[in-house]
Design a protein around this ligand. Structure first.
Ligand code: NAP
Length: 311
């Protein structure tokens, strides 16, 4: 079995930053990047809030820069999905089909996936009017009409945020009761640019090259209507990619890995030698820059852990 100091699972901003730092610390990391490498930024067109890129950069281009930087310092990559892990013993085992790798430390950075409605045209128009991230894409909707799908805090927060840019924001929610906190709903209700469409779900996203509208179905009356919008923001929650670690790593009730935030090993999980960073352990901030920052934290925690092992 191949033996490594550290194996990193996942190749978004968190995993690649952990790779850059552990590689520069001569830990010769192995990064298993997944078949769909690069994480959520791979479906983002323009990134304008990542520091250091004054003019903005495409999500996939940014991830290519991250990857090249990790490679430059000797990170080894495997483009495949991890199929199983055994983390509890001192020697951690990571399997990719029939191949097994052994490591003293593992960094988990498998990210989270934005939940989508599951409509065919929603994925076709992703990045062309459909978005799952208001802070990433809101700026591109200056003086446009948009809709936000969802009735939770994210939907309220994103709709309120989007009124900075948009001329009008519809919140489309499938019920007439909100999961969101009262204060967030109140803020949205009081915003003159926001209008609510309740008991309704999008049945289709309209538009050839870009979003031109949504087809809505009223769940109570069954009535179908078309709403003209330039963009649709889906805010129906995220799912952390933690299925691989079920029964091994402690997670919160939503499935996010619990890390020891506030301690002096902030990325530590319940298993010594296993660290987590990025969106897989963060349901709150979910930004590329915060993920990258936490990847650096995980790398430093790993470096210190490996030092104590060797002492
Ligand atoms: P959430 O609380 O799970 O809300 C998801 C919303 O999407 C719900 O209203 C749900 O409707 C709706 N939904 C789910 N699947 C749908 C579907 N297939 N079609 C249509 N609608 C669908 O998720 P979230 O808003 O992302 O919030 C996640 C967590 O982060 C929460 O704990 C939240 O409090 C927290 N958060 C806090 C803040 C803040 O305090 N500033 C901001 C953002 C998020 P139903 O209600 O009918 O189930």
């Amino acid at each position: 079995m191949e033996k490594r100091n550290v194996i990193i699972i996942g190749s978004g901003p968190a995993g690649l930053t952990a790779a850059i730092y552990t590689a520069r610390a001569n830990l010769e990391p192995l990064l298993i990047e997944g078949f769909q490498a690069g994480g959520q930024l791979m479906i983002t067109t323009e990134v304008e809030n990542y520091p250091g890129f004054k003019e903005g950069i495409n999500g996939p281009d940014l991830m290519a820069e991250f990857r090249a930087q990790a490679e430059r310092f000797g990170t080894e990559f495997i483009t495949a999905d991890v199929t199983a892990v055994e983390l509890s013993a001192d020697k951690k085992i990571v399997r990719v089909d029939d191949d097994a790798y052994e490591a003293d430390a593992v960094i988990v950075s498998t990210g989270a996936t934005a939940n989508l409605l599951g409509l065919e045209n929603e994925s076709r128009l992703m990045g062309r009017g459909v978005s799952a991230c208001a802070t990433c894409d809101g700026f591109f909707f200056k003086d446009k009409v948009i809709c936000v799908i969802g009735g939770g805090d994210s939907a309220m927060e994103e709709a309120t945020y989007l009124t900075r840019f948009a001329s009008k924001v519809y919140i489309i929610h499938r019920r007439d009761q909100f999961r969101a906190s009262k204060i967030m709903v109140k803020k949205a209700v009081e915003n003159p640019k926001i209008e609510f469409i309740l008991d309704s779900v999008p049945e289709d996203v309209l538009g050839e090259e870009r979003v031109s509208g949504v087809k809505l179905k009223n769940k109570k009356t069954g009535a179908v209507s078309e709403l003209t919008v330039d963009g649709m923001f889906v805010a129906i929650g995220h799912t952390p990619n933690t299925a691989l670690f079920a029964g091994q790593l402690d997670t919160d009730e939503k499935g996010y890995i619990i890390t020891k935030k506030g301690s002096n090993t902030q990325s530590a999980t319940n298993i010594p030698g296993v660290f987590a960073c990025g969106d897989v352990q963060d349901s709150l901030y979910r930004q590329a820059i915060t993920a990258a920052g936490s990847g650096c934290v995980a790398a430093i925690d790993t470096e210190r852990y490996l030092e104590t092992l060797h002492d």
